[in-house]
Ligand binder design. Sequence first.
Ligand code: EPZ
Length: 431
Amino acid sequence: MKHYIVKGGNALSGEVEIAGAKNAALAILAASIMTNDTVTVENVPDVSDIRAILKTIEVIGGYVEKVDRHTFRINGSGINRDTAVDNEFVRKIRGSYYLIGSLLGKYKKASVALPGGCNIGLRPIDQHIKGFKALGASVRLASGRVDAKADRLVGSHIYMDVVSVGATINIMMAAVMAEGNTAIENAAKEPHVVDLANFLNSMGAKIKGAGTDVIRIKGVSSLHGTTYSIIPDQIEAGTFMFAAAATRGDVTIKNVIPKHLESLTAKLIEIGCQVQESDDMVRVVATKRLGRTTVKTLPYPGFPTDMQPQITVVLALSKGMSFVTESIFENRFKYVDELTKMGANIRVEGNTAIIEGVEQYTGSTLSSPDLRAGAALVIAALAADDYSEIYDVQYIERGYEDFPEKLRKIGAHIETIDTEEEKRRFMFQVG
Ligand code: EPZ
């Protein structure tokens, strides 16, 4: 079975380029079909979740042209009002639920299979539904599908009971062509929410306040074509920042927006790393064993839940006792058992991991429970002595473009292998 083999112990060093943000791209690609004009989207990451949404757009009648590895031309005029979105690709990914907002916004009707995605908690969609209903849609959940429709959508004042990235994005898409004004209060402020608003505005939408608690939308009658470049992926960037810290390396991470990384930078400095920032890069240097801290995941600009496993891997090697509290998803510590196999000393009580730092990890055979936890286990393997083998890398490939290749460029010994022969060859090469 295809998996990664890693020989740990090398300090990572050099430069790495960050791809476009997966979670922004999922929303923007779903929104790109809201006009009948052609839309060009640049800086699209080449990862499996994105391939799944592009495939879905094609299957429902959209036209998708690959201009180059990271640029796509999309035309949604071939999609019709009665299209049902239900195929193997939709059910695999979370981001497919953005097609509910985009189709409802454009055609006042959407029928979309319930989303899949990483198993990190219950992940209800009640806030999405509340928003669609507030705009005048009737919404029914039946046979694993969300059916939403309206004669007209009318702007409304919507207060979100929880800060939800997905619901904020979905409601924004449903509201851009509603009649009159919409206000979304207690909105998510993540960079990809802002990126989607900027994209929709470039198509003629009238959205203000994205990035603050209140997003105000003035309905327009139609949207038009555009060319738009997606922001860099702050979680991919953060993953490399913490890989540098765990291996006591010196890595310059290029094509980033340092402002989006502030909560990560602050924690790295607090535990003893040096972090340098310039316009579009950050450099993380760790020269000694790092220190302890306390972390609580929060909506942006707080510490992201998508970086919780990666910081835990670093803190489990740091001096002293650290505490990591997961406050967004209830099932995001599944990787702790795997880290324990490597020698980590972590106890999970409720939603808090209590971590007593150890000096060293030892290599082990590991399984990725989900996307970010899988990436975190790779970091642990890079810091460990000896060899590790990491299975279920299909989760990692959902959101990291060329992960082993990028790591190799900064000095990691990592290879994707499938056979005993390939394993022997790798071990012979790295010694
Ligand atoms: C998005 O998920 C991301 N996914 C996740 O990234 C990320 O972890 C998460 O936001 C938080 O930043 C995509 O963008 C495709 P939420 P989403 O709605 O939208 C509760 C990754 O690794 N909630 O912000 O599903 C929910 O249970 C993935 O790239 C409701 O109660 O997250 C959670 O506790 C994993 N009702 C909290 O809100 C709702 O209707 C935040 O969830 C919606 C959410």
